[in-house]
Design a protein. Structure first.
Length: 488
């Protein structure tokens, strides 16, 4: 039978607003839709995930809602800023784009490249071009270009395309490879945050992992010799600095919505000391969780107070240069010792493509092993029985499992705590669902002459919801007597 905790997504309203009336318009539309869909059914709103617009976040906050910044948007803005900062990257990216464009525009070049791939013993694949202006499109282009590097280099050399500026030097190839290695976990984080089953609880562990990863890969770059090693180290240091000084990401570590969501996820509750910044008062967050459960039990509606109006936790900032912790050394940590020859011994890759980013967290102590090691130390006088027993529960779930399933099985055991967990863990970390409504290939906005007015709103409402609720029984069509007479 289908789990009752299955995540469901629906479009409630699509509305176009004039820029000058956006602030008041957003507040008005939110109030109307909440009254229409929630208040009439004795429901209350949870969190509001925005796509990065300061105006929308302000409107939500002024309207008494809890705005959650889009995690995918925050990471994308950070990476875009990093790419614009380095002129050397821009020049090399321009050459890579020119090569990919040449093969895209020339059928003869594509056939020649396919033949060379077959000679190298691999199945023919095409190079990719940037489909959009987003950085992840650039990443996919470079990833494919590097995968086909031997065939591309051979083709360019045979056709003397270097004379036309369609060649990359050894240093440029090394720079592109280092860039893809650096950005790989960022692409994974954005993609996983945009998945339908993504949860707010994965944000803090993944941000902490990005800090650890950049430390590890910088050490790996330092241990390497050859073309572009110095440039790779500087890129790693630059990206690490930008990550550490990004205010929106740093703020997440002391926002109770993120911390409580992480604490309520059985995969991460036993690793909170490694996830939160050094000096964090973990007991404060346990006490806050107890208070939230008490509020829910005392509330006539069975809902906790608005997280935005509650007292925030003590402010902590992600360290610009985090001190090494025991959790930050794992199988992926590069070895600094060298053999008699002076060369670094072979080490496994930091990122394994067959794993999700969440699965990589276990190697650095940010994720409890499945089935054990999930408990968090408590003191009997510092938490109510319900919270204490949850924190002492040593059972966890797999990295790819939905934490809502854990709480569904324990709803009978800790009903109020399970209800609170559903509130926090059902919040998506990004606004990807809303963005997909406008960007899917069959969206009316992709048409040359999109429909206008109410027809667009109704069309999007039907397209999104009919697909997400295939088992919804449509109501019986009721016709008036006049309609019946007119059709007979």
């Amino acid at each position: 039978s289908e789990s009752c905790s299955r995540r469901r997504q629906a479009v409630l309203c699509v509305r176009a607003l004039q820029e000058e009336q956006a602030l008041g318009g957003v507040q008005q539309v939110l109030a109307e839709q909440l009254q229409l869909w929630l208040a009439q059914n004795s429901l209350s709103s949870g969190f509001l995930v925005s796509g990065g617009s300061p105006g929308v976040e302000r409107a939500a906050r002024d309207g008494g809602h809890t705005p959650i910044p889009c995690f995918a948007h925050c990471l994308s803005q950070l990476v875009l800023g990093f790419l614009r900062l380095h002129r050397s990257i821009e020049g090399t990216l321009g050459a890579a784009r020119a090569i990919c464009a040449h093969f895209a525009l020339s059928p003869e070049a594509r056939r020649g490249l396919a033949e060379l791939q077959r000679q190298h013993g691999s199945a023919p694949r095409r190079l990719k071009q940037e489909a959009t202006a987003s950085w992840d499109s650039t990443y996919y282009m470079l990833e494919r270009l590097l995968a086909l590097q031997p065939a591309v280099q051979e083709y360019v050399g045979k056709r003397r395309l270097g004379e036309a500026g369609l060649a990359l030097s050894a240093t440029q190839w090394a720079l592109l490879r280092s860039l893809v290695e650096l950005l790989q976990p960022f692409e994974m984080a954005v993609r996983e945050a945009s998945a339908a089953d993504a949860s707010l609880s994965q944000v803090l562990p993944q941000v902490r992992y990005l800090h650890i990863f950049l430390q590890q890969i910088r050490l790996r770059f330092e241990s390497q010799a050859g073309e572009g090693a110095g440039s790779a180290v500087r890129l790693a240091e630059s990206l690490a600095l930008q990550l550490s000084t990004e205010p929106r990401l740093s703020e997440m570590f002391h926002r109770q919505e993120y911390v409580l969501a992480t604490l309520l996820d059985p995969r991460f509750k036993g690793r909170m000391d490694a996830i939160l910044p050094l000096g964090s008062d973990l007991d404060h967050w346990k006490q806050l969780l107890v208070r939230k459960v008490k509020e829910l039990l005392a509330s006539p509606t069975g809902c906790p107070s608005s997280p935005w109006n509650a007292q925030p936790g003590k402010a902590f900032c992600v360290d610009a240069a985090p001190q090494p912790r025991e959790a930050e050394t794992g199988p992926g940590e590069p070895q600094r010792d060298r053999g008699p020859s002076g060369k670094s011994s072979a080490v496994p890759p930091l990122i394994q493509k067959e794993k999700t980013l969440t699965e990589h967290l276990e190697s650095v102590g940010l994720l409890a092993p499945e089935g054990r090691g999930a408990s968090l130390p408590t003191e009997s006088h510092s938490a109510c029985v319900m919270v204490e027993r949850y924190l002492r529960d040593n059972q966890t779930i797999g990295a790819r499992e939905d934490p809502l399933g854990y709480w569904e099985k324990r709803h009978w055991l800790w009903p109020a705590l399970a209800k609170l967990a559903m509130l926090y863990l059902s919040c998506p970390p990004s606004g990807a669902f809303s963005e997909r409504i406008f960007t899917v290939p069959d969206s009316p906005f992709s048409e040359r002459r999109p429909p206008h007015g109410e027809s667009v709103e109704r069309l999007l409402f039907l397209r999104a919801n009919l697909g997400n609720f295939p088992d919804y029984p449509p109501p019986t069509l009721i016709c008036s007597e006049n309609d019946s007479a007119g059709s007979s």
